[in-house]
Design a protein around this ligand. Structure first.
Ligand code: PLP
Length: 288
């Protein structure tokens, strides 16, 4: 696997990260995940905007965002991918500095930049089964809009979901379902779509933006209001969304079976609309 690390493309095994990297010591960094459809980055501008917003929020001065897109495509080329569905991981930390101090390094410390890309296997964009989700107290911080690499509460919640045989944990804050551990959360009630409003308490998902756009075009009302955990019975269906998750129906929450325990129609409809809106169409050869 070829990866990008601090300005160089190299074999993964040749990359060395200092234990004094502030990402390693403090999770002092941010990340972004972008995917391709038909070999082209999907909603790159939205991801770039969020990436820049995260950098700015934690005051990392990384000036080379203009080169990001071409570096990503270069990475595809170097890895000779033959599969047009690729997931890209980008991480920027505040860099290497010692002795260990909480405050920002003084002097000229460059951020550490890492990009990897891997193919998304068996990705048919077909929704057959729904997933079970569990409800989990949201123990995350109050700046969830920053795509921070400090993910421990989300990791613990997702691990708990796995232990319960579930595919996602939905985070509950003050009695309201905010979002999944790594997805945005949606409910459908009387033909209206509900999801938590943008705030510092959720990540502004790019897929979330796409779904809202698709709904506007399709005339489906979107209520940007978080769902009360006591009102789940009022909803007809639920689903979660994310870059690699795409649109996934939730057919069970905890012990509660939703509807008839089968995926509703909207997730399939949304996936079709998303695939239809892609500018690049099938016909991809490969990146070499
Ligand atoms: N919410 C959280 C907490 C996430 O970690 C993610 C994705 O990683 C999302 C929502 C979905 O965001 P996107 O659609 O941009 O992938």
């Amino acid at each position: 696997m070829i990866v990008y690390f601090n300005g160089q493309f190299s074999e993964l095994d040749d990359v060395r990260v200092s234990p004094f990297d502030r990402g390693f010591l403090y999770a002092d960094g941010i990340y972004e995940v972008i995917r391709t459809y038909y070999g082209r980055l999907f909603r790159y501008a939205d991801h770039l905007e969020r990436f820049k917003a995260s950098l700015e929020a934690i005051k990392i001065n990384y000036a080379e965002t203009d080169l990001l897109e071409s570096n990503i495509y270069k990475l595809f080329e170097l890895n000779k991918f033959e599969n047009p569905n690729i997931s890209v991981y980008i991480q920027v930390t505040r860099g290497v500095s010692y002795p260990r101090r909480h405050y920002f390094p003084t002097g000229n410390v460059s951020p550490t930049v890492f990009i990897s890309a891997s193919t998304i296997e068996n990705d048919k964009h077909v929704i057959t089964n729904g997933i079970k989700a569990i409800l989990e107290e949201d123990t995350r911080w109050t700046r969830c809009n920053i795509k921070s690499i400090s993910l421990l509460p989300a990791i613990l919640a997702n691990q708990h979901a796995v232990e319960e045989g579930a595919g996602e944990a939905i985070m509950i804050r003050d009695g309201y379902l905010m979002e999944g551990s790594h997805t945005n959360f949606w409910g459908v009630k009387n033909g209206e779509l509900w999801t938590a409003p943008l705030s510092n308490l959720i990540l502004p998902g790019v897929t979330r933006t796409v779904i809202i756009e698709v709904c506007r075009k399709a005339g489906i009302p979107v209520i940007e209001q978080a769902i009360d955990k006591n009102s789940l019975d009022d909803f007809d269906e639920f689903f979660v969304t994310g870059t690699t998750t795409e649109v996934k129906p939730v057919t069970q929450i905890g012990n509660k079976i939703i509807g008839r325990g089968k995926p509703g129609e909207l997730p399939v409809k949304f996936m079709k609309l998303i695939l239809n809106m892609l500018k690049a169409k099938p016909g991809f050869k490969n990146f070499t």
